[in-house]
Design a protein around this ligand. Sequence first.
Ligand SMILES: O=C(O)C(=O)C[C@H](O)C(=O)CO
Ligand SMILES: [Zn+2]
Length: 278
Amino acid sequence: MTMKILYGAGPQDIKEYDTERLRAEFLIEDLFRQNEVRFTYTHVDRLMLGGAVPSSEGLTFGSGEEIGTPYLLSAREMGVANLGGAGTIIVDGQSFVLENRDVLYIGRGARKITISSETAEMPARFYMNSVPAGSDFPHRLIKQAESKPLDLGEEKRSNKRRLRMYIHPEVSPSCLLLMGITDLAEGSIWNTMPPHLHERRMEAYCYFDLAPEERVIHLMGRPEETRHLIVADGNSVLSPAWSIHMGAGTGPYAFVWGMTGENQEYNDVAPVALSDLK
Ligand SMILES: O=C(O)C(=O)C[C@H](O)C(=O)CO
Ligand SMILES: [Zn+2]
């Protein structure tokens, strides 16, 4: 298991950043590698992002030495979204089979996690978000059909999309993690349009199902002083509470969003008028 650390930057810092520095602080490009479990620990609300593409033999992790706790999840909860082919996750002997776009919630206290793919041709691609937790909730598999859908946008504005909530108080409760997947309708390119801010929560995106030659132009920063990141398939973007987060793809794509912070109120957002963006 590898662990990279990001200490976080504020709106004043990014005024001076060039492209390389902006990408180093906010873009995580290397989460998914064959037969590896990779994590990035961020000091942005202490969210950890992870990725793994296991073989059918499997990969095991769960020790907490990198973060100073007996186990990785001694004081944390975690959501795992499967962005690839079918795979299995065994948590302390309890086995869960995840199809594409299923999510597993792993509660605080898990010790040993083993992940594997059903086939080598179409491996599972597990994307993980973990946050500090102060209470225990049972591990739970959330199938795509059990998620709560929300249809947003309009075809004529190129922002029609279906958002699905998985780790959410109304679907599968957690301590402070929220997690879901948004799919763009065919021909639509804009996510999170119109944009918003949520002062009480940070957010992370992982863009996927984007063809290798395509890119998402992700917009971030204060509304009155935006920046952009050019994002490829499997890349994750950090969005601190002070930053907008929205994007337009040059081809079809989807993304996993994860949030944590002061509350789990999905609607506790401040919309930003497009006319206020600079
Ligand atoms: O397309 C969207 O709109 C989203 O998926 C929005 C994210 O879920 C989000 O920003 C939640 O705060
Ligand atoms: Zn948001």
